[in-house]
Design a protein around this ligand. Structure first.
Ligand code: NAP
Length: 186
């Protein structure tokens, strides 16, 4: 049996991934700022983080704070993983972050680099947006009486359960490096 730590295991992706890994027979720990007994703010690190990674074989890093701090969070996670001798760090990233100049994407690219240079075994999977993200964007755009839509924007959003399934396979396997990209067919 493999012990897997899912950071952000209470989020949109992390929740489904956690269920899938448990169904596959893995021992799964969930870490987030509010998930007991591994309630840790990754931007701060500390002894709670060390306890969460102790004895873990693989970490799947899904935690994210779009308002900032993901680089610091990744640095703390990597340091704790190295100390604990974790064999494999899997990271979920986004297709096109090296081409689209959003601040959040620049941060994700920086986190990918930290992971590549961490000295740990690693795998990075880049996917497109999950279906709920365009829905949230359209909800916001639909608030004014006239709904403005950006012209010429294409997307191939993907079902989050499919991403969770692929991540579960990668987490159960050997470190594969990256970046593996995966989009929905349309
Ligand atoms: N959503 C998409 O369309 C999409 C597409 C491709 C890739 N991704 C990537 O997939 C990952 C997960 O996305 P998601 O949409 O599932 O995110 P989400 O629903 O916003 O979940 C974020 C998770 O991170 C935890 N978290 C946030 N800040 C934290 C901190 N400082 N320390 C510890 N835990 C923290 C949250 O729990 P607490 O609030 O309890 O801390 C929550 O469990 C991200 O890396 C994202 O970039 C997302």
């Amino acid at each position: 049996m493999t012990t897997i730590l899912v950071t952000g295991g209470t989020g949109t992706l992390g929740r489904i991934l956690t269920e899938r890994l448990r169904a596959d027979g893995h021992e799964v720990r969930v870490l987030s700022r509010r998930a007991q007994p591994y309630a840790v703010d990754l931007r701060e690190g500390g002894s709670g983080l060390d306890a969460a990674v102790e004895g873990v074989d693989t970490i799947v890093h899904c935690a994210t704070s779009p308002r900032g701090g993901d680089e610091e969070a990744a640095a703390h996670l990597i340091a704790a993983a190295r100390l604990a001798g974790v064999g494999h760090l899997v990271y979920i990233s986004i297709v096109g972050i090296d081409r689209v100049p959003f601040g959040y994407y620049k941060t994700k690219l920086a986190v990918e680099r930290l992971i590549e240079e961490s000295g740990l075994g690693w795998t990075v999977l880049r996917t497109t947006q999950f279906h709920d993200l365009p829905v949230r964007v359209f909800d916001i755009l639909a608030k004014p009486p006239v709904m403005l839509l950006p012209a010429g924007v294409n997307d191939q959003p993907i079902e989050v359960a499919e991403v969770a399934g692929r991540l579960a396979e990668l987490a159960a396997g050997a470190p594969a490096g990256g970046s593996r990209t995966w989009a929905a067919p349309r």
